[in-house]
Design a protein around this ligand. Structure first.
Ligand code: PLP
Length: 392
């Protein structure tokens, strides 16, 4: 029996455990300090009332013989796929129902999709990066090449003809940098992918935070993308589903390589290895797309956006450089005086009791950068940024 030795090549992630340890060491020595966490990557507002009502109704349906549901379609119920199809029409993207696959979230599908690709493929990831893209490929022994996302390119790297890759990861709005590609920039990636016979794995988990109408919310807003891209989205940040679990992946019918169709392969993969998302959760997800649901989730997103504004206004006043904030829940700031991101972490913790995330945890290009998030309360965010302003 041989095991998958690629797991030996995974780097241990000490980021969040190190942060937790430093915070608890500090708190035990200074129990009087009111620590404010602006490193939170999870949502904090509860599910909206339209979703709660749908959940209750679906639970009741499960209690009667006439409306009880057993196994559903592995790729999701049509009622939810119809809602997603209509949602995409708002961005002038037309999807066939069979191109939409319902999942328990973007993270699973980002990992699972790799079943469709040969382990000899090379994948291209930006640095800094959401670590899931790297680790899922390390597990399969795939070669990874990095493209720099840095101050020079506003953390939005563009294709480089000298780099060859088969699988290209793009996350926009980006975690951790909050940067968002515009149409011209995304078109360059689409052209590059088509030229290289490559696939773009496009993570749009934060698309609902885009308020600038000029910025694309789906890669399919770009001509040609249906010939080269798979899109992963999630209700986690859009509608507070991080604990409820529901996402969707779009695999266009056009994607055929060496005579094999990726949509058909993904359907085969899902029907073999996945038994679908629960009916109750899919009913809750459907409610997100109703007029009431859309209005209510927008109120929550606006609440987080108000927090982003408090953070970015403070950074503007202090002339500290940052990306993100306006179309993303993340603010990625340059550590003042070119400080290293862990030193900056310690400075904020020990001087003003603020916790953020050191950029170094996302890649070498994050060494002098720092991530703040808008998921705390308005009151705490305001208090944190008042302290931040006084310190600098
Ligand atoms: N993609 C990005 C960039 C994320 O930051 C996250 C979660 O933080 C996910 C995907 C995972 O989303 P889900 O909760 O749908 O699995």
């Amino acid at each position: 029996m041989n095991i998958n030795e690629n797991y030996k090549n995974l780097e241990e992630s000490y980021l969040f455990s190190t942060i937790a340890k430093r915070v608890s060491d500090f708190s035990s020595k200074h129990p009087d300090v009111d620590i404010i966490k602006l490193g939170i990557g999870d949502v904090t507002l509860p599910l909206c009332s339209a979703v709660i009502k749908a959940l209750h109704n679906a639970v009741d349906e499960m209690g009667y013989k006439e409306t009880f549901k057993g196994y559903g379609p592995e790729q999701g119920y049509d009622f939810l796929k119809n809602s997603i199809q209509d949602y995409y029409k708002k961005f002038n993207v037309s999807l066939d129902l069979n191109e939409i696959f319902i999942s328990d979230g973007a993270k699973s599908d980002l990992g699972n999709i790799l079943d469709l690709f040969d382990n000899n493929n090379t994948c291209l990831v930006p640095d800094p990066v959401y670590p899931v893209y790297v680790d899922t490929n390390v597990m399969a022994g795939r070669k990874i090449v990095y493209i720099d996302a840095n101050e020079e390119n506003d953390f939005l790297p563009l294709p480089d003809d000298k780099i060859y890759a088969d699988l290209i990861y793009i996350c926009s709005p980006n975690n951790p940098t909050g940067a968002v590609y515009n149409r011209v920039q995304l078109s360059k990636w689409v052209d590059y992918a088509i030229k290289n016979n490559a696939i773009i794995l496009f993570d749009s988990a934060y698309e609902s935070f885009i308020s600038d109408n000029e910025l694309p919310r789906s890669i399919y807003e770009i001509d040609g993308a249906k010939n080269c891209a798979i899109e992963f989205c999630s209700l986690s940040k859009t509608a507070g589903f991080t604990g409820t679990r529901c996402g969707y992946t779009i695999v266009p019918n056009n994607l055929t390589f060496n005579g094999m169709n990726l949509n058909k392969m993904w359907l085969r993969r899902q029907t073999t290895k996945f038994n679908g998302v629960s009916y109750i959760v899919q009913k809750a997800a459907e409610a997100v797309f109703t007029p009431d649901g859309q209005k209510q989730i927008q109120e929550n997103i606006n609440y987080y956006k108000q927090n982003s504004k408090v953070i970015s206004d403070t950074l503007d006043k202090l002339s500290i450089k940052y990306t993100g904030g306006k179309n993303s829940p993340y603010i990625w700031l340059k550590c003042p005086n070119n400080m290293n991101s862990w030193d900056f972490f310690d400075l904020l913790l020990t001087k003003i009791g603020i916790v953020g995330t050191p950029g170094a945890g996302f890649g070498k290009n994050g060494d002098n950068w720092f991530r703040l998030t808008s998921f705390n309360t308005y009151e705490k965010t305001t208090e944190a940024m008042n302290r931040f302003y006084s310190l600098f």
